[in-house]
Design a protein around this ligand. Structure first.
Ligand code: UD1
Ligand code: CA
Length: 458
């Protein structure tokens, strides 16, 4: 059997979001709402059509040109939106119609919808849900025999209809022949000034066609997002879904309710995640790592066996066996080499640190290439900025940088060189040289008392 087409309605402004961003581009666990709806149709259907309007350029820009976009200039309702797509659809077969704001619906649920539709040879099948609190949704009104008769929006529902707990999820399967024949006949709802897609149901029934309802197994997944409160509710559900999938795959979490992982992030088995850890964007984590507590990784690649505690890492790579933190800040463009140790209160920016090197305490390393086996003493600072420009520093393998040194870039510290503590180094240091640049110490006998107000001890 041929795969159905899919039409995703995504033209609405999302007034209730109170935002200048189109509603369907608001992020849920890192991806736009619409991304999830699209993903749920990807195997089921090979032709997706987006109906866009408000912010259509942004939507197109995000998803790219491999999809068909239909423009709905004025948002005159869900029925009007589907009417706009109608000329692009084939004359027969099936079409799934989905809302861009129901990101929790899963692919298997759409499969069930299609199955019910096909088994009953229906003209329309509505995906419904039984909700304890149906507020805000269209209510599914069934006749005495239990057959669907109409869908009434909350605004128009009478008291008897309002208590109905079966709601319209906004997802449907239609027979295209019936749709092409009757969708153009929708009348505008004068109270709201919109064409309701749901008004198609009575039209189909009047023509003697069959309408079915398919209730979803997990009603929570029918959540339609109209405001930020609902967005946060959906995020909690999605987060749980993401964490559970990772845990099934062998990732351990001390308290999954406080672990925030974006859709699409990969974490391999035997990695342990402590609370208050956030993994965002294109982050990938290898096997056997320990992350957190309080670690925030953004677009970062973490190789196997890394330990990263109470730290922020952005657009960087932590190589195998590296240890970071607690309290490190790794900024974009950094490569923390294998078995490197980055300790507390260390900031690294746009720098490469070679295998086995150590930056254990209170340092800043910017625009620097550090070789293997280098030791950066406590408080050592790379002075990469002269107020106008950033300059590069190279520290070759095996060099030892004494505590509290300033390395004024541009600068090369040669292989195996030794820098005395407290030096401000502004000239290149040859390989294996010892450099010291600090004022000489004077000791004046017995003078301490003058400062401390104490008598000199005999
Ligand atoms: C709609 C349904 C309601 C259902 C609910 C499920 C109608 C009349 N009502 O109500 O029965 O319970 O969804 O979440 O269909 N859109 C357009 N063009 C428009 C208007 C809307 O593309 O002119 C798109 C929106 O971008 C959105 C979707 O259609 O993705 C639903 O629109 P929305 O305004 O959220 O409908 P609801 O009031 O939630
Ligand atoms: Ca909605």
């Amino acid at each position: 059997m041929e795969k159905p087409w899919a039409v995703i309605l995504a033209a609405g402004a999302g007034t209730r979001m109170n935002s200048s961003l189109p509603k369907v581009l608001h992020r849920l666990c890192g991806k736009p709402l619409l991304w999830y709806v699209l993903a749920s149709t990807q195997d089921l259907s090979d032709r997706q059509v987006f109906v866009t309007g408000f912010g259509s350029e942004q939507v197109r820009g995000y998803f790219g040109e491999q999809y068909l976009y239909v423009q709905q200039e004025r948002q005159l309702g869900t029925g009007h939106a589907l009417q706009k797509a109608l000329p692009y659809l084939p004359d027969q077969g099936e079409v799934l119609v989905l809302c861009g704001d129901t990101p929790l619906l899963e692919e298997r649920t759409l499969h069930e919808l299609l199955d019910v539709h096909r088994k009953n040879e229906a003209a329309a099948t509505v995906l419904t849900a039984f909700l304890a609190d149906p507020t805000g949704y269209g209510r599914v009104i069934r006749g005495p025999e239990g057959r669907v008769e109409e869908i009434v929006e909350e605004l128009h529902a009478n008291a008897g209809q309002r208590i109905v707990q079966e709601i319209n999820t906004g997802s449907y399967c239609f027979d295209l022949r019936a749709l092409k024949k009757l969708l153009p006949d929708l009348r505008i709802n004068s109270q709201k000034g919109e064409y309701y897609l749901t008004d198609l149901i009575p039209l189909l029934l009047k023509s003697g066609l069959r309408v079915e309802a398919c209730p979803v197994g997990e009603p929570r997944f029918a959540l339609g997002i109209n405001n930020h409160v609902q967005l946060s509710e959906a995020a909690a559900i999605m987060r749980q879904r993401i964490n559970e999938k990772l845990m099934q795959g062998g990732v351990a979490m001390m308290d999954p309710s406080s672990v925030y992982i974006d859709a699409g992030v990969e974490v391999e088995r035997d990695t342990f995640i402590y609370p208050q850890t956030i993994l965002e964007g294109e982050t990938k984590v290898g096997q056997g790592c320990r992350l957190g507590p309080g670690t925030h990784l953004i677009d970062t690649c973490v190789e196997a066996g890394v330990v990263c505690r109470q730290s922020v890492v952005m657009e960087s790579r932590l190589c195998e066996g590296a240890q970071v933190g607690p309290f490190a800040n790794i900024r974009p463009g950094s490569v923390i080499g294998p078995a490197v140790k980055i300790g507390d209160f260390v900031e690294v920016k746009n720098s490469t640190i070679g295998e086995g090197s150590k930056v254990p305490h209170l340092s800043y390393v910017g625009d620097t290439r550090i070789g293997t086996g280098v030791n950066m003493g406590a408080g050592s600072i790379v002075v990469n900025y002269d107020g106008r420009k950033k300059h590069q520093t190279i520290i070759e393998e095996g060099a030892f940088i004494g505590c509290n040194s300033n390395l004024v870039a541009p600068l090369t510290v040669g292989k195996g060189a030794f820098i005395g503590a407290g030096s401000t180094i502004s000239k290149n240091v040859p390989a294996y040289a010892m450099a010291i640049a600090r004022s000489k110490q004077e000791n004046r006998d017995g003078l301490a008392g003058r400062f401390l107000g104490k008598k000199e001890k005999k």
